[in-house]
Design a protein around this ligand. Structure first.
Ligand code: ATP
Ligand code: MG
Ligand code: MG
Ligand code: MG
Length: 566
């Protein structure tokens, strides 16, 4: 392209309100512009990069045997009512009405729509397994859009969905997607790490996230120093408690909380991760053999001053008929007559929180206490995934200790089980002609977020240093005084034509600008290779080459330039 006919839109100053480097550079290099909170336009250079990421993602999905489709952004509410997420999803779901006052949503994800398609199109086991993907705009009404397109409300996602009759093909496709994601991030040239993830409110058993490592990342990854274990900190396994119940009881520390009248006040005083917005506690990971018991606070005992917020026990999957029955399982807390909480992850308003070392009670002098209380009669094995791990403590399977890193979540894969297919009646006939509910997997890549993540990892104080695979241009032509020197102009035009004809993407700065301005723009935009054309070089029969990444300069004989860049 010729800069004179292009929308370059670079700016020198660091924009206000751009906290992270990728956001600053995307604005300064003229990649994106903000239209409203969390809503951005992609300018020509940004779009070129976005399309390159998209092309790599598409290529790897095709190689992995997934078929591309395109679903609507606007989705009918009835599908969401069928799946149950019309109620569950919360305020990130933007709901809209059409002229007939029918309810619709702007799709934050497409499980419902794809399940609807598959239940209509797929009737026989012979059509399975099936893996479908799209690259489509998503809308999530994020509570705090920030960091530019890193966490925007409208963004580009590649989302794939697979359907299966048996766990074997489910596992195989999951593995294929895992490998495809590794290929995508390796091809783009990013330093990333796949980690175990919590499947959270979406349900299902198996889940991994793919994180681009960066200080600005919003997620914390815990990994083992001597082995492969890595997990999102929400999911990382804590060491098994070594104390027996008897020891633990002695360790219990009681803290006087005379002023706490509500759970919210308790939380505020002790910095624990429950909030007064808790409506439901879902105890994760419980089984018949290994029950979890949630914190229960009730109004009918000595703690009735904190009844303002009542936490309900949700038995998953155990059911308790009465408080007595619950107490028979958890017992009464040592030094506490009231409710007992154990370390456990809970899902609160769709996000995973961890209640750590929490118990509340009152002793006989009738003071309120907040204490540390381990294990009890619960199988201690379940205590392993119940709190956030900390740096330096033992990682699982003898893999040394935990270290921490920050990451940007750019991909996420899940096995969903039958959550959607059951709710939405997606069955097919198996070999024996029997109707079977489909198993389902879903696989997301944040295509637009990858652009920002790539910049977080590849920049210097002069601008972006694109990894080769996604650079908007391969080479820049920087003519010195072209508007005065006929020779320079002629050579620049000729080189531009040769590059273009060879299929090399070139940024030809044909503006009437000072060389300093042109150099600065070329470096800010992050063009990997620059060729400088000046009268002096022409006399010497060479062109001056500069590498953006290394900063190295060298003279290249004119007739070798194209091969050198190719
Ligand atoms: P996050 O934890 O960052 O909110 P998520 O877990 O809600 O992301 P998923 O539902 O797993 O996101 O969606 C798949 C991918 O879409 C994510 O891994 C991420 O790369 C991308 N993504 C999600 N939300 C946004 C957003 N608001 N802006 C840009 N990309 C996003
Ligand atoms: Mg999110
Ligand atoms: Mg996430
Ligand atoms: Mg996710």
């Amino acid at each position: 392209m010729r800069v004179s006919k292009y929308l370059l839109s670079t700016q020198k100053e660091t924009p206000a309100n751009a906290e992270v480097i990728s956001h600053q550079l995307m604005l300064r290099a003229g990649l994106i512009r903000r239209n409203a909170s969390g809503l951005y336009s992609w300018l020509p250079t940004g779009l070129k990069v976005l399309r390159k990421v998209e092309a790599i993602v598409r290529d790897e999905m095709e190689k992995a045997g997934s078929c591309e489709i395109l679903m609507p952004i606007v989705q009918p509410a009835d599908l969401w009512q069928e799946s149950g997420r019309w109620e569950e999803y919360g305020p990130e779901l933007l709901r809209i009405n059409d002229r007939n006052n029918r309810d619709f949503v702007l799709g934050p994800t497409h499980e419902e729509v794809i399940t609807d398609i598959v239940r209509k199109e797929v009737n026989s086991y012979k059509q399975l397994p099936l893996n479908l993907y799209q690259i489509q705009t998503k809308f999530r009404d994020e509570i705090r859009p920030r960091f530019g397109i890193m966490r925007s409300r409208e963004f580009l996602m590649k989302d794939a969905y697979s359907f299966h009759l048996d766990q074997e093909t489910m596992d195989a496709t999951y593995q294929d997607m895992y490998s495809a994601y590794c290929n995508i991030l390796t091809r783009i040239g990013l330093n990333y790490r796949p980690v175990l993830a919590d499947s959270g409110s979406i349900g299902g058993s198996m889940s991994h996230e793919f994180h681009v490592l960066a200080q600005s990342g919003e997620d914390v990854i815990a990994y083992s120093t001597e082995g492969d274990y890595a997990a999102n900190i929400e999911r990382a396994e804590a060491p098994k408690p070594t104390q027996s119940r008897a020891d633990a009881t002695q360790e219990m520390t009681l803290i006087d909380t005379p002023n706490a009248k509500t759970i919210a006040e308790l939380v505020a005083q002790f910095d624990i991760a429950i909030t007064n917005t808790v409506k439901t506690l879902i105890v994760k990971g419980a089984t018949e053999e290994k029950p979890f018991v949630a914190l229960i606070i009730r109004g009918d005992h000595e703690l009735n001053e904190i009844k303002a917020e009542k936490l309900e026990l949700v038995q998953s999957p155990l059911t308790f008929a009465s408080d007595e029955e619950i107490r028979a399982v958890i017992g009464a807390g040592p030094g506490s007559l009231g409710p007992v909480g154990l370390d456990m992850p809970v899902i609160v308003d769709n996000s995973v929180k961890v209640m750590s070392d929490f118990s509340a009670g009152a002793n006989t002098d009738n003071k309120h206490y907040f204490g540390i209380n381990w294990g009890r009669d619960l199988p201690e094995a379940r205590a392993v995934d119940i709190r956030n791990v900390v740096e330096g403590e033992a990682a699982p399977e003898g893999q040394g200790t935990y270290a921490m890193a920050r990451g940007i979540e750019v991909g996420h894969i899940f096995q969903l089980g039958t959550k959607y297919s059951e709710a939405m009646n997606a069955n097919v006939l198996d070999v024996n002609g029997k109707a079977k509910t489909l198993l389902m997997g879903c696989y997301g890549v944040g295509v637009s977020r990858i652009v920002a993540a790539a910049i977080e990892q590849n920049h210097d104080d002069r601008g972006i240093i694109w990894p080769k695979a996604i650079a908007p241009f391969k080479v820049g032509i920087l003519p010195m005084n072209m508007h005065k020197s006929h020779r320079v102009k002629e050579l620049a035009e000729e080189l531009y034509k040769t590059f273009t004809d060879t299929g090399i993407e070139v940024m030809f700065d044909d503006r009437k600008e000072r060389p300093g301005v042109m150099f600065a723009d070329m470096e800010l935009v992050g063009v990997p290779h620059t060729i400088v054309i000046g009268d002096r070089n022409i006399d010497a029969g060479v062109l001056e080459y500069k590498n953006r990444q290394s900063g190295e300069k060298q003279d290249i004989p004119m007739n070798e330039v194209v091969d050198f860049i190719k």
